[in-house]
Design a protein around this ligand. Structure first.
Ligand code: S3P
Length: 171
């Protein structure tokens, strides 16, 4: 590895944090989860930030954090699913990092997010399945600009091995 950051992005429930943690451990990088960092820093959950300050404020906090992280090296960064919709964040992260976009079928996403009820304010809807499909459609163009990595297969170690092989091939 050359020290450049490795960024895992993609829709909610595609496994960014789980894979990020495994990857960081495997290559000796530090793991940062942007949602986690924001929650820690402001002492509020993402849900509370959305409810009390609104999504626009949350997006500003994301960009502030990205400015800091882009100046560091040796990080595996798992982003919140909407962070890369802002081209400014993408440009900052790409200065010093390689971005992979994780993907999974909508059914898998629904299954995974159902295991953590109430955690995702954007999916607080009577019909989360429909909302997931709408958001996936809206975000498709933004997500497709990055190297793709499918997490439809549930074996994290297998996904990790595939990613490590790709990182070693063209590092
Ligand atoms: C969001 C994804 C969430 C979190 C926030 C908004 C999004 O992170 O940042 O609820 O816009 O897709 P995860 O992708 O980790 O669930």
């Amino acid at each position: 590895m050359d020290g450049r950051n490795i960024i895992l992005t993609g829709f909610m429930g595609t496994g960014k944090s789980s894979l990020g943690r495994l990857l960081a451990r495997a290559i000796g990088y530090r793991f940062v989860d942007t949602d986690h960092k924001i929650e820690e820093r402001y002492g509020l959950s993402i849900r509370q930030i959305f409810a009390t300050q609104g999504e626009a404020t949350f997006r500003k906090l994301e960009t502030e954090l990205v400015r800091e992280l882009a100046g560091e090296t040796g990080l595996v960064i798992a982003t919140g699913g909407g962070l890369v919709l802002n081209p400014e964040n993408v440009a900052l992260l790409q200065q010093n990092g390689r971005i992979f976009c994780l993907s999974a079928p909508a059914d898998k996403i629904l299954e995974r997010i159902s295991l953590q009820p109430g955690k995702r304010p954007l999916l607080d809807e009577p019909n989360p399945r429909q909302r997931i499909n709408e958001l996936l459609t809206q975000r498709q163009a933004a997500y497709s600009q990055f190297e793709q990595l499918s997490t439809a297969n549930d074996d994290p170690q297998k996904i990790l091995r595939g990613l490590l092989a790709r990182l070693r091939q063209n590092s």
